[in-house]
Design a protein around this ligand. Structure first.
Ligand SMILES: *[C@@H]1O[C@H](CO)[C@@H](O)[C@H](O)[C@H]1NC(C)=O
Ligand SMILES: *[C@@H]1O[C@H](CO)[C@@H](O)[C@H](O)[C@H]1NC(C)=O
Ligand SMILES: *[C@@H]1O[C@H](CO)[C@@H](O)[C@H](O)[C@H]1NC(C)=O
Ligand SMILES: *[C@@H]1O[C@H](CO)[C@@H](O)[C@H](O)[C@H]1NC(C)=O
Ligand SMILES: *[C@@H]1O[C@H](CO)[C@@H](O)[C@H](O)[C@H]1NC(C)=O
Length: 484
């Protein structure tokens, strides 16, 4: 019998269909991959990690509220508002901003005009960027801020990140990138309080396109989460970290050799090669030889997780452990400056007491804790608050967006900057580390930093107990978890 059996054409047909289906599938997949990669990745303006600038100038910017009297030791601090305005003056092409809060105009608060003025001024200048041909891009969590609406209506491109859908946390990151060349990272938010009534610390780095390029990649990550309710599993190469703890950027900071890299959290938000905030903190604490000074609003080694629909609070050991080891086993002197304010979790005192008791009967062991507190402010408990979030050691500084609270690292988005001075830079004059250390010591020695635990003042103790008790009773369970 000649010719194919009847089954053969059917088989070929089936093969064809299978091939076609496979082809279609891969075509769809390719389209998906490319749409998720290349539409997202925008141009990096021709500057690459090969020819970016590493000869940078760094300055510490601080906001010190008028009614705090802190001795400045003859050292000038650059006001935060001046730093931000200088950045805006430099801008020729683009300004990219991430902030958890947009509340520059103090709509709903009765204030002396001078208090609100800096916030309003900054808002006006952001609105006017467009007239100078400068693009303003903002990544924000979902908020109902009228300022963000005003900016989005006319002057800015705003991308919203639905943090509730992604991690059930908040977008606590706070940074600026100007022309992919200059950056700001620090504790301040786009909130009038950050420019007047709250104590903030950050850094502005000029002429540093290498670092700016990498920070822009973090920005791109947020930018691409716009309107998504999941974290894509495939990411553009343009969000891959350029530098990290194993391969830090070598640069000159104010003509002093140094290394730097960025870190992020939560873990879900760490793109390929990106160092986690916790690993950055780990590295900085581990490499400290003589001292570690930490200034954060809250210190609380607890994490809240939801487990089968209910929320469970657990001990969260990573940072607590590192501090204990540094103090007891390596003889590193540790100072912890925490804020004592309306939202201080009562267990803070227990954890702090536990840390301090480590040094009992030990020589060469020093761990001190002080609470920074300003007089009670009825109208707004954030006034005079020490909102700093950094750690400085004998050889490095870590400047982040998070308080040292387990839940913050677990679910909230933030970035950190690690700067390390190269060995043998001692005699080159004041470095950024010395500057930040001086700021820490200024606060530590100020009248606002109190040793609450040791207080022999019975009345004070009683007030503290009463205060804690009231907080136990009135505090919403999840209050300490939420952004300000
Ligand atoms: C940097 O290098 C890229 C590609 O190698 C090039 O296109 C760009 O013009 C260079 N930029 C500068 C400022 O030299
Ligand atoms: C958002 O703000 C507007 C007024 O600015 C108010 O009418 C509206 O109810 C707010 N929406 C939410 C969800 O809070
Ligand atoms: C954000 O995500 C939550 C949880 O998935 C969802 O309920 C909400 O509608 C989302 N909001 C927007 C504006 O997409
Ligand atoms: C950046 O570098 C250029 C060229 O070296 C210099 O003219 C400029 O003043 C620097 N900008 C800042 C803000 O330091
Ligand atoms: C411990 O302290 C003593 C006296 O202050 C000092 O002589 C000694 O070198 C210290 N040891 C270490 C390991 O730092």
């Amino acid at each position: 019998m000649a010719g194919p059996t009847p089954q053969e054409p059917v088989k070929t047909q089936q093969k064809c269909i299978a091939m076609l289906a496979l082809f279609c599938c891969s075509a769809v997949l390719m389209v998906l991959i490319f749409s998720s990669v290349d539409i997202w990745g925008d141009s990096e303006d021709g500057i690459t990690e090969e020819n970016c600038s590493r000869d940078c100038r760094i300055v510490v910017v601080e906001n010190i509220p008028d009614d705090l009297s802190l001795r400045m030791d003859g050292r000038h601090h650059i006001p935060l508002s001046v730093g931000l305005h200088t950045l805006l003056e430099q801008a020729k092409l683009s300004v990219e901003v991430v902030s958890s809060v947009w509340d520059l105009n103090a709509w709903d608060v009765e204030l002396a005009p001078s208090t609100a003025a800096q916030g309003q001024l900054l808002f006006q200048r952001l609105l006017r960027l467009k007239s100078r041909g400068v693009k303003l891009k903002i990544a924000s969590s979902l908020t109902n801020s009228s300022e963000l609406k005003a900016l989005a209506a006319d002057s800015a491109q705003v991308h919203f990140v639905n943090m509730t859908a992604l991690t059930k946390g908040g977008l606590h990151s706070s940074f600026w990138i100007v022309d992919r060349t200059h950056i700001y990272i620090g504790s301040a938010e786009m909130d009038w309080r950050s420019l007047s009534k709250r104590k903030e610390l950050g850094v502005v780095v000029y002429n540093c396109s290498c670092l700016a390029l990498d920070l822009h990649r973090v920005f791109s990550f947020y930018w691409q989460l716009h309107d998504k309710d999941y974290i894509p599993s495939i990411w553009s190469k343009r969000v891959t970290a350029l530098y990290g703890k194993h391969e830090a950027l070598e640069l000159q900071l104010n003509a002093t050799p140094a290394t730097a890299y960025l870190s992020t959290s939560p873990e879900l938000f760490c793109s390929k090669d990106r160092t986690r905030d916790l690993d950055a903190i780990y590295q900085v604490i581990q490499s400290a030889k003589t001292f570690i000074f930490i200034s954060v609003t809250d210190y609380l080694p607890l994490v809240k997780r939801s487990f089968r629909g209910t929320s469970v609070t657990r001990y969260w050991s990573p940072i607590d452990e590192l501090i204990r080891e540094a103090v007891v086993l390596r003889g590193v002197k540790v100072r912890l400056l925490i804020s004592f304010w309306k939202k201080t979790h009562p267990l803070t005192f227990n954890f702090v007491t536990s840390l301090k008791s480590l040094c009992m009967q030990l020589h060469n062991c020093s761990l001190e804790v002080r609470f920074f507190s300003h007089k009670e402010q009825k109208e707004d408990f954030q006034l005079g608050l020490n909102h700093n979030k950094y750690m400085v050691t004998d050889n490095a500084v870590y400047l982040g967006n998070h308080d040292w609270v387990g839940s913050d690292f677990a679910i909230n988005a933030g970035v950190g900057l690690v700067v390390r001075m190269k060995d043998g830079t001692k005699d080159r004059g004041a470095t950024i580390l010395e500057h930040i250390k001086a700021s820490f010591e200024r606060d530590w020695r100020s009248r606002y930093a109190k040793n609450l635990q040791k207080s022999k003042d019975q009345q004070g103790k009683y007030r503290l107990l009463q205060w804690s008790k009231n907080h136990w009773e009135t505090k919403e369970e999840n209050e300490w978890n939420n952004p300000l």
